[in-house]
Design a protein around this ligand. Sequence first.
Ligand SMILES: [Zn+2]
Length: 176
Amino acid sequence: MLQFSSAALALEYAGLWPHNPGLAQILEQLGHHVRRHFRKSVMLTCIQRTLGTQLTAYGRGSKQIDPRSALHQADPGAWLADTADRSARWALLQQRASPHLFWLAADIAPWLYTPEETRQILAFLRGFDPVNALPVIPAAGSRTVWLHAAGSRGPHFHIQYHGPLRPLPAAGHRLA
Ligand SMILES: [Zn+2]
């Protein structure tokens, strides 16, 4: 089951479906699994982020942003249509700008879970790496999930995805 840290975030989640249905489906699946196996919820804390928020709350965080570059590259649609050299372009985009600017990421709260549950959630989400077109986050060793703290915010699961609809985690990565 999915919960939202604010009413505005629930509206953002509705907006996520047309922008990135694959990510919305992954969040839904995670919510079902966490409910079924841990009897707990998944609490969304952040989805879309404007450049202003990004600079205010995260400017001193792990990702240094060049605003002009981010704005210049703010339409990844053309990149997606161009199948040539896509990975290099994604890598450049991720290096320069948060995927939250482009409906490619969502954050969930970590404080609901035990260490073992946390380990299983990370494994579940890493199961989507083989079908995720986004580049690997070096600090996470995953294309899909990073448990970290950034800027003025506390620790959270950062979940990012661009890929096929109805994805299933790779065998061996499902929740036990
Ligand atoms: Zn994030």
